[in-house]
Design a protein around this ligand. Structure first.
Ligand code: XMP
Length: 333
């Protein structure tokens, strides 16, 4: 039987009852697969790896070792939330690695988007591999692979070209070729969310908007500098806060701030004030292949503009990107 193929008889998980049945089944399957072995998981804080972590904590408790690599390109408070939920609330075995300097030093001066992605992807694997080597007795690697990932690799194996390279934790070095544990690999995203809620993960984490692996690295356009990255993180946090407040967060598929590497002239306290523009992107889509623009009310745009320009050092303009996909991709890089 091809274990990477979803059986036609498999019912779509839409209710808590179905989710609980799935969880019971996977808890049993994972216990059978790993016995008393140790399992390693790269926990990014995204929906998929978080659901796998919660499921494995339930199945094997402290036999699971989660490693959270903070590459310094996370959104505001994101890494802190991972620690709070998994270490403090779920009592998971969590190794937190702050690798900000490693990533930002390597990225200094690099402006090509694909080069940036390659550096981030490669370094991510290296930091994770360093941690894995430090840990003793690991036999298994858990991954948050979901069914669209499997369908996508089939498409790529058939020679269809990807527009941008994406990374995950595939491709660990030979000496770390662990057996894989992939408990949600036959699920679609909506099912993963229902399972996440059934496992008791917070709604905001389970319904979190998609966030690219290279994180803010592809939103701090061109060569990343620490000051512009800081401004981006703060401006993005304001956007998310205001979207939460006005109810747009529940409605819009993906929304974020981008900061290009240009400055314009402004005026502040009667003096010349050169600053970066913050660009707002807010799109709706079902499959990320094409996307339309959300019509944000002007009052909300004004409030966000006022807050960002007043609260974030270095930003003197706010723009709203009205470009659909195609022609623009969702991310700017
Ligand atoms: P684009 O920009 O290609 O984005 O229209 C489509 C979706 O993919 C996300 N994206 C990425 N996700 N690594 C990821 O894990 C990446 O390098 C990457 N680039 C884009 C993007 O956020 C959107 O949801």
């Amino acid at each position: 039987m091809d274990t990477n193929k979803r059986p036609e008889t498999m019912e779509r998980i839409t209710t808590m009852e179905l989710a609980n049945a799935f969880i019971e089944e996977q808890v049993k399957a994972v216990r059978e697969q790993v016995g008393d072995g140790k399992v390693l998981l790269a926990l990014s804080g995204g929906v998929d790896s978080s659901v796998v972590a919660a499921l494995l904590v339930k199945a094997i408790g402290k036999q699971l070792v989660c490693v959270h690599v903070n590459h310094g390109l996370m959104r505001k408070n994101e890494s802190e939330q991972v620690v709070e939920i998994f270490r403090n609330q779920l009592d998971a075995n969590l190794v937190y690695v702050d690798a900000t300097d490693r990533f930002l030093d390597l990225l200094a001066g690099v402006s090509d988007p694909e080069q940036k992605r390659k550096i981030i992807g490669k370094e991510f694997i290296e930091v994770f591999a360093d941690e894995a080597r430090r840990l003793e007795g690991i036999e298994f690697l858990a991954q948050g692979t979901i069914y669209p990932d499997i369908l996508e690799s089939i498409k790529q194996a058939e020679g269809k070209k990807a527009v941008k390279s994406h990374h995950n934790v595939g491709g660990l070095p030979e000496d770390l070729a662990f057996a894989l544990v992939e408990p949600i690999k036959l699920l679609f995203k909506d099912e993963v969310r229902v399972v996440g809620e059934a496992l008791g993960l917070p709604h905001a984490m389970v319904y979190r908007q998609p966030f690219p692996g290279p994180g803010l690295g592809v939103r701090c356009l061109g060569a990343i500098t620490r000051d512009r990255l800081h401004a981006l993180r703060e401006a993005d946090a304001i956007l998310r806060e205001e979207f939460d407040t006005c109810g747009l967060a529940e409605k819009v598929w993906q929304y974020f701030v981008v900061i290009p590497d240009i400055k314009s002239v402004g005026v502040k306290d009667e003096s010349r004030y050169e600053g970066w523009p913050a660009i707002i992107r807010a799109v709706n889509t079902t499959d990320a292949m094409s996307a339309t623009i959300e019509e944000i009310p002007y009052a909300v745009l004004h409030k966000i503009t006022n807050r960002i320009t007043q609260e974030v050092d270095g930003i003197n303009r706010v723009l709203y990107d009205l470009t659909p996909k195609p022609i623009g991709t969702i991310e700017w890089e």
